[in-house]
Design a protein around this ligand. Structure first.
Ligand code: FAD
Length: 415
């Protein structure tokens, strides 16, 4: 039996930060990780560059987390983006802001972020137990006993659960924290994929696999509900559509799919131009380039690979000469440029989502401390808590902020 003041389960960003913060006050902290290294998921974030926070305001962060946003207010107030930047700078890692306020290490390598966490853990003498998986927690009087999958058991006065979500399972986040929380009386909001590519009914998408669309706007329609994206990027895949705009709205779309089999999606391929502007542009082109085939004229307007699919959809022959295109056909081209149709029928499974929607209900957690309202002495931080934000560094900041608050409060409340 190993005995400690505070046991933190899971060495992702939330767990490392919780352990570091708790140990800073001199408390005896054990950080338990099932892998043989810390931050396995952190290593693959931001395509290996780790978009670890955003320069946006606290209010923007709160909005990004939707219904659960307000729950994170105290955590963000306690430890926010500027604190995080300083935290890394203090160990010699400068961060830089890129477009849309996304913050990355200047090295462009997630490894440098992990190395700083390792330095802090060592400096604060956190006892990191690798290759140790927690399968259950028992409460005995003032103490918790953590059941491990090996022979070792751990006894702690306070426990912080930071086991992450249930996606990209090879990184170690297989959803154990949800099971343990439920066993201890916590409600878990049903898990669903967030930040996930979407499947479409149209089989031709596979012909466009890998084709990126820049400066487009998406509109999803489901019954009387409509969601419109900002202008940004999307990408065709062999099963449907992905890319930043899709991932960011996918949480809402997955919710719609719970009650609707199909969701209508239209892509505005020319969001900067109104229909009348497109019409006059087209008329000019038709006058100047009347003798060329429509497929060639369209090259000024659409990515080359998309043209056969686009014209087939409108039943216009690719070889038709531009001056033979009827007024109706011209109108249908313009309408389709403004609303290129797709039918969303599903998403990839949670295992392939970047973030887990759902999780331990915020109703059972005190937002001022991250302590369980059901089991005193038990804390939660990071993705194990319900609520997910779009891409942009918001989810990692949530993990660092809630980890910091949980670590601090667990240490303060020890006596
Ligand atoms: C491909 C990808 C890219 C991403 N990019 C970004 C990005 O650029 N910016 C951003 O903000 N977010 C990004 N995210 C989301 C972000 O990675 C997560 O929100 C974040 O890692 C959550 O941190 P966490 O500490 O709560 O959980 P995790 O990072 O999942 O860490 C949980 C840890 O707990 C361990 N564990 C689990 N169960 C047990 C157990 N029973 N016993 C012991 N240990 C256990 C796991 O092995 C793991 O190390 C990305 C996610 C993915 C999948």
């Amino acid at each position: 039996m190993k005995i400690c003041n505070i046991a933190v389960i899971g060495a992702g960003p939330a767990g490392c930060m919780a352990a570091i913060r708790a140990a800073e006050s001199g408390k005896n902290v054990v950080l338990i990780e099932r892998n043989d290294s810390i931050g396995k998921k952190l290593m693959i974030t931001g395509k290996g560059r780790c978009n670890l926070t955003n320069t946006a305001s606290i209010d923007t962060f709160i909005k990004k987390f939707g219904k659960t946003g307000k729950f994170f207010r105290s955590a963000f107030f306690t430890f926010f983006n500027d604190d995080l930047i300083e935290f890394f700078r203090a160990k010699g890692l400068e961060l830089k802001a890129e477009r849309q306020g996304r913050v990355f290490p200047v090295t462009d390598k997630s490894r440098s972020v992990v190395e700083v966490l390792e330095k802090y853990l060592a400096e604060n003498t956190v006892d990191v137990l690798y290759n140790t998986r927690i399968t259950g927690i028992e409460r005995k009087g003032k103490y918790f006993t953590l059941i491990c999958d090996n022979t070792l058991n751990i006894e702690a006065k306070k426990v912080i659960i930071t086991t992450g979500g249930a996606s990209y399972r090879a990184t170690g986040s297989t959803g154990d924290g949800f099971t343990v929380a439920e066993e201890m009386g916590h409600a878990v909001i049903p898990l669903k994929p967030a930040l996930v590519p979407l499947k479409t009914k149209e089989g031709w998408v596979k012909d466009l696999q890998g084709l990126g669309l820049e400066n487009v706007r998406l509109t999803f329609r489901c019954g009387d509900k409509k969601i419109t994206s900002d202008v940004g990027e999307a990408m065709f895949t062999h099963f449907g559509i992905s890319g930043p705009l899709i991932l960011d709205l996918s949480g809402d779309i997955v919710s719609f799919l719970e009650t609707h089999k199909e969701i209508h999606l239209t892509i505005d391929l020319k969001p900067g131009l109104r229909k009348e502007q497109l019409e006059s542009k087209f008329v000019n082109k038709f006058i100047v380039k009347g003798s060329i085939q429509i497929k060639n004229l369209m090259q000024d307007i659409l990515p080359k690979r998309m043209i056969p699919v686009f014209l087939a959809l409108l039943k216009i022959k690719s070889e038709k000469l531009t001056n033979q295109i009827t007024k109706e056909e011209r109108r249908s081209i313009i309408d389709t440029l403004k609303a290129f149709p797709l039918t969303v029928t599903g998403s990839l499974p949670i295992e392939e989502a970047m973030v887990t929607g759902g999780g331990v209900s915020v109703k059972g957690i005190d937002p001022r401390t991250m302590e369980s309202r059901i089991i005193p002495g038990l804390y939660f931080a990071g993705e194990v808590i319900e609520g997910a934000a779009p891409s942009g560094g918001y989810n990692l900041q949530q993990a660092f902020s809630t980890g910091y608050l949980a670590g601090q409060k667990a240490a303060e409340n020890l006596n």
